[in-house]
Design a protein around this ligand. Structure first.
Ligand SMILES: NC(=O)c1ccc[n+]([C@@H]2O[C@H](COP(=O)([O-])OP(=O)(O)OC[C@H]3O[C@@H](n4cnc5c(N)ncnc54)[C@H](O)[C@@H]3O)[C@@H](O)[C@H]2O)c1
Length: 447
């Protein structure tokens, strides 16, 4: 039997990676996005965002790129997508609604409405976007209404767990595959699609629709809780003059607790965790189960308080006033090895300082263009050294590897005063203090 042909709808962080990975696994893939510039970049084998290894993977497979397998192509025609695919992965964005906690499902709805009328034969539509529980059942009914193929057009839900910065690796070698299916045909097709990682030992879990949808939001809620837990401990350490870094190390030796995700700092951000927690709370409310998730409100508040605390630490370091002070901010993305600035704690802190009258200069290895688009009024420098030139205080807000390698003495020569605040607890205080800097970090004693 010929291997299933695959389409990928929505070519952002998730979809572009998924499309390239499917081609790498040997499938013929056709991608579609509603943003033409994104498609043009992809057609030339360029990644629309920075993600380690993605550009290389695209260039190995995008048709027309010299030496490529030619298995990955793009189109803006829904008709072509419908005619081509046996399996259609829906990877569009599901942002927070404006002014409320709930999830904006309009992009998913629109993708399904555009696709379904072009399903004339057997087809499996596979949702990968993170959606409120209950969406898959609603969308399955919509597909049944709109698809000329009738019951031969099925839906499955296959949540995605990739981490930006490791997206290619996570997509090709996932730690688990979860599929919510309506029947055996969906399961069989998805087993075929994921045969390679399953053969490598990746667990393949088959569930109903609601469980598959919930696995994703439950996983994100757990991770957010772990981060906010250690950040709450950082608040206590600040009040009691303890050291949260030592505390995390000590509790992490208990393997029921574990060391991962226990680094205190300015907290989580990005295009997923914050909006997913809020959408989960909103959905629980609709289901009459809001009490089960009221703790997530506290998780969210702890997280946002860390950003405010960073601003206060900067104010203190500057003697109580921000107005007219020069601040260097190292990092703009929500995490290293990504250019993603969506709900970035670093950029949020930089923005708050700027709005309170400081002159902020930001440097980030990959996120400058996106940061500038969101916050054009901040200053931007081409290197960490240039950002620090003339600064009254330096804030380390995204833990890029290159910031660990900075030379405190060289930066000290160009800074106006030697004050550094580590918002990520990844810099070693010893060389900084040796070079004459006052070094402070969230949740750590002043000296
Ligand atoms: N980024 C991650 O790390 C990650 C990880 C796991 C899950 N997710 C989930 O995956 C989904 C996508 O996230 P993302 O980060 O890739 O978002 P993104 O904004 O980078 O990409 C979404 C893409 O979908 C396109 N799109 C919107 N409406 C469309 C339509 N009707 N038809 C075709 N294309 C359309 C957009 O133009 C955009 O390119 C979200 O639900 C997110 O929560 C993301």
């Amino acid at each position: 039997m010929a291997s299933p042909k695959i389409t990928v709808i929505g070519l952002g962080y998730l979809g572009a990676t998924h499309a390239a990975a499917m081609a790498e696994l040997g499938f013929e893939v056709l991608g579609l996005d509603v943003v033409p510039e994104k498609m043009r970049k992809l057609e030339q084998g360029h990644a629309p965002m920075f993600e380690p290894g993605l550009e290389e993977l695209l260039r190995s497979h995008v048709a027309g790129v010299e030496g490529s397998s030619g298995r990955l192509r793009f189109t803006d025609s829904w008709e072509e997508i419908g005619a081509f695919g046996d399996v259609h992965f829906v990877c569009v964005n599901t942002p927070q609604k404006h002014g409320e906690y709930g999830c904006d499902m309009s992009y998913v709805d629109s993708a399904v409405e555009s696709l379904a009328p072009h399903l004339h034969g057997p087809a499996l539509v596979v949702g990968k976007s993170t959606v409120p529980v209950g969406s898959a059942a609603r969308l399955a009914a919509r597909i049944a209404e709109l698809a000329p193929a009738g019951a031969e057009a099925e839906l499955a839900w296959n949540p995605e767990f990739l981490r930006e910065g490791f997206a290619v690796q996570d997509t090709l070698h996932p730690d688990r595959i979860v599929v919510g299916v309506a029947g055996p045909r969906g399961e069989a097709l998805l087993r075929e699609v994921y045969a390679t990682p399953v053969a490598e030992g990746t667990p393949f879990l088959v569930t109903d629709f609601p469980t598959a949808e919930l696995v994703k939001t439950a996983a994100n809620s757990f991770l957010a809780t772990k981060i906010s837990f250690i950040n709450a401990m950082a608040e206590i350490c600040e009040a009691a003059d303890g050291d949260v870094v030592k505390l995390a190390e000590a509790i992490g030796h208990d393997d029921r607790i574990g060391r991962k995700f226990l680094r205190a700092g300015i907290g989580f951000g990005g295009g997923c965790l914050p909006k997913d927690l809020r959408a989960f709370m909103a959905r629980a409310g609709e289901l009459g189960a809001s009490e089960a998730l009221t703790f997530l409100r506290e998780i969210d508040s702890i997280n946002m308080r860390r950003r405010a605390q960073m601003v206060e630490m900067a104010r203190e370091a500057l003697g109580g006033a921000l107005l007219g002070k020069r601040i260097a901010v190292l990092g703009a993305t929500f995490k290293p090895d990504s250019d993603d600035v969506r709900d970035s704690p670093a950029l949020n802190v930089a923005g708050q300082l700027h709005l309170q009258g400081a002159q902020v200069t930001v440097y980030d290895p990959k996120g400058m263009e996106n940061a500038r688009a969101v916050f054009p009024t901040l200053g931007y420098a081409d290197s960490a050294l240039d950002a620090v030139r003339g600064a009254d205080v330096v804030l380390h807000l995204t833990e890029w590897a290159e910031f660990k390698e900075l030379d405190p003495a060289a930066l000290g020569d160009v800074a106006s005063s030697r004050h550094i605040l580590d918002g990520r607890n990844t810099l070693d205080p010893v060389p900084w203090r040796k070079a004459g800097w006052t070094f402070r970090a969230l949740g750590r004693p002043t000296l």
